[in-house]
Design a binder for this molecule. Structure first.
Ligand SMILES: [Zn+2]
Length: 138
């Protein structure tokens, strides 16, 4: 299996032991979390920017500051700590970003929205990475 940046499903399985199988189950968990905090129908819908931190797709809750695990393909996230719901701003070139990051050692897999693909390629070159891709990334 091609290596990738960890998604909410991967992260929540590892960290919380939640056996989520797909994006639909992640969305159901989001609704359950909102319900638990009494925030169903609570209209905030601020937008948070997706970024990669230590090999994980995450965003920061603007309400409580907790890190939120994101699921590629799902454009909303609910904070597990406070129940706030957000729209997620994903980068257009997410696959290309992942493709460049997975050639690095895991501890060096970071990306922030201000960084371009050119920046990532340059950083990889500076560290002697990317001569032979580890995986196709397709
Ligand atoms: Zn929160």
């Amino acid at each position: 299996m091609a290596e990738k940046i960890l998604s909410a499903i991967d992260i929540l399985r590892k960290r919380n032991g939640l056996p989520l199988r797909d994006a639909t189950e992640f969305e159901a968990l989001n609704r359950e979390t909102q319900a638990r905090y009494g925030k169903i129908g609570h209209k905030t819908f601020s937008t948070v920017a997706a970024y990669v931190n230590h090999n994980r797709w995450v965003a920061d809750c603007q309400n409580c500051g907790a890190g939120m695990a994101l699921q590629p393909g799902v454009n909303q996230v609910v904070c597990m700590e406070c129940g706030e719901r957000y729209d997620v701003a994903w980068p257009e070139d997410r696959d290309a970003i992942e493709g460049l990051l997975v050639t690095r050692p895991r501890k060096n897999r970071h990306w922030y929205p201000r960084e371009t693909l050119r920046d990532l390629r340059r950083e990889n070159r500076e560290h002697g990475i990317g001569k032979a891709p580890v995986h196709g990334g397709e």
